[in-house]
Design a protein around this ligand. Sequence first.
Ligand code: DLL
Length: 437
Amino acid sequence: MNFQYWDPEIEKLPRNELESLQLNKLKTEIEISLRAPFYKERLSKNGIKSADDIRTLEDLNRIPFTTKNDLRDGFPYGFLAIARDEVIRLHSSSGTTGTPTVIYFSRQDIKNWAGFMARCIYGAGCTKTDVFQNMITYGLFTGGLGFHQGGEEVGMLVIPAGAGNTTRQFKMMQDYGTTVLHATPSFLLHLETKMKEAGVERSSLSIKKAFGGAEPYSEDTRKRIETLLKVDVYNSYGLSEMNGPGVAFECQCKDGLHIWEDGYIAEIVNPDTLEPVKDGETGELILTILCREATPILRYRTRDLTSFYTEPCACGRTHRKLHRITGRSDDMLIINGVNVFPSQIEEVIMAMKEVGNNYLIVVEKDGALDKLTVKTEVSAEIFMDDSRPLNALREKIKDTLQASISINPKVELHESGSLPISEGKAVRVKDNRPRDV
Ligand code: DLL
């Protein structure tokens, strides 16, 4: 195979040199961290007062893990390590309930991120001759702008299509001769269904490759998309706390995701004991970012479950590979690429006095897409004779939830006492999507 490398020197750097590069970058990142109020306190409590206190990569173990709650507690500026007027952008979790997590970027941070994205896109075989239709949400979500910048860096013609509206997407593919797509895997599957419905001929499209990420999917799902859409699908992993997409990506071997170790230090630990797992065993991914000056984050608990490949990759890159993510060590749901904690839903419905004490969140497949149904109990009186208050309440719950979690749920109202009660711990979430990961 003819492999192509965006930055061959770094991508194929011998392991020992890669590790000394990591150590140097870690020291710089520690220096940066000590300028952020949160880490200034956290690190000095653990005896780290300057970068000189870090002598080897193992010294990382002296730093406690950082959690999503730490980031929330530090809102809005607790993790900011540079002057406010050096910040040129922020991305954040989109929920309107609870405290968001926010990440700030300096000009250099944006450049670094675009560089890692370009490495991913080019490494998947794309070049400046490609037309790239970026069919994922723009805005606070990192998927849109992250891929957009990377595509431009490679020199592709980037179409900032955004998510949804399949008719318009097909039209753009035909008008501009799109060769590369980016979307969530569920949207890619949905696209195929809509293609048939709309009578769009595959031969009228020039698509060759697609990047699929932001949510878990199995090898079978990848194969299904590849067969149905007749494109090569590359798995793309990332998270907003670590910039967004561009953390780990498949090369042309399409067997595991290279994690860019000059940008991130990856550890895998047992989520219960927080001790490192043996090489090749599955555990929770912990990430330390080495390529950001505005918002340093050290030893972040991603909650994503994965394992390292133990064999080197045929492409010659020395950066280790991760197996596709198989699940999470917390209760976060990913619904059509949007992250939702059940607690966010609870917060909305329990704040409404008309709503009873029991509720159930159901997630299932509706064709290729995910469907969220929220079932709540309401007081018996409201069920009496007139259906208007019931409809109004349903709409109110729907609208408030939509505003809060950016997903349009189906809402079902049930009479008080009619939803199942479990004897042990309450079961509030039923995820009925096929688990084939
Ligand atoms: O989903 C960033 C992204 C955008 C990645 C576009 C890839 C493509 P968040 O919204 O912060 O950021 O969600 C991050 O999504 O911790 C995983 O649980 C999940 N996730 C992301 N990519 C994958 C993947 C973006 N390829 C959370 N496989 C992460 C499985 C994924 N899960």
